[in-house]
Ligand binder design. Structure first.
Ligand SMILES: Cc1cc2nc3c(=O)[nH]c(=O)nc-3n(C[C@H](O)[C@H](O)[C@H](O)COP(=O)(O)O)c2cc1C
Length: 186
């Protein structure tokens, strides 16, 4: 199974979340490719995860355009969406609803689910509004544990009966001579 993780990001925070998501799939034994939404290339994956940064309650245009332009390629594949935004801890509980625009896109492609993750704004952010926001709100509110939990939920939806992920660093344990216990990708 292969997962394609696509992102639209202005300042790198959402790109970083996409990398975390890809790494978590890989850790669970599932091949993952992380790709900028503007990059060419076919949607040659069994599962697609698409994320965009939130700016003024709008999803990053690269993510929006990806969904619209690749709609036929996405048809029939399980798709999950994520947004990255809030510059506080409000996203950590995992229950923030998508903005209207994302909700409509999700409905249009019959997406399986959506998650809002916290965002990141660096103290030296470029741009007039961003700089002024950063004076009060600079920080990194992305939560790797929340990312891991979401990927676990996706894996469970894809294959509810498979064994949970092996702990990091786990190895095959010899059980009987000539047989080994395999940690199935979860
Ligand atoms: C001008 C500006 C507007 C923003 N608007 C929103 C918003 O409407 N909702 C939200 O949750 N976060 C908002 N944010 C926070 C960003 O979504 C957050 O910094 C995010 O991590 C940016 O992603 P990126 O680094 O991938 O571009 C805004 C940030 C800036 C600088």
């Amino acid at each position: 199974m292969k997962v394609l993780v696509v992102f639209g990001s202005e300042r790198g925070g959402t790109a970083g979340l996409a990398q975390m998501i890809g790494a978590e799939f890989e850790r669970r034994g599932i091949t993952a490719e992380v790709r900028n939404a503007t990059a060419p290339g076919p949607v040659d994956a069994d599962v697609v995860v698409i994320g965009g940064a939130l700016y003024l309650d709008r999803w990053h245009s690269d993510a929006r355009h990806f969904v619209r332009r690749r709609r036929l390629e996405l048809a029939g594949k399980p798709v999950w969406l994520f947004s990255s935004g809030p510059l506080d801890d409000s996203a950590r509980a995992g229950d923030l609803a998508p903005v209207t625009q994302v909700r409509e896109l999700a409905a249009a492609i019959d997406a399986h689910g959506h998650m809002t993750f916290g965002g990141r704004l660096e103290p030296g952010a470029k741009g007039l509004i961003a700089r002024s926001m950063a004076r009060k709100l600079a920080g990194d509110y992305r939560d790797p544990a929340q990312v891991a939990e979401w990927v676990a939920q996706i894996c469970h939806t894809l294959a509810p009966t498979v064994t949970p992920a092996a702990p990091i660093g786990a190895v095959s344990v010899p059980r009987q001579r000539g047989r080994t216990r395999q940690h199935a990708p979860g």
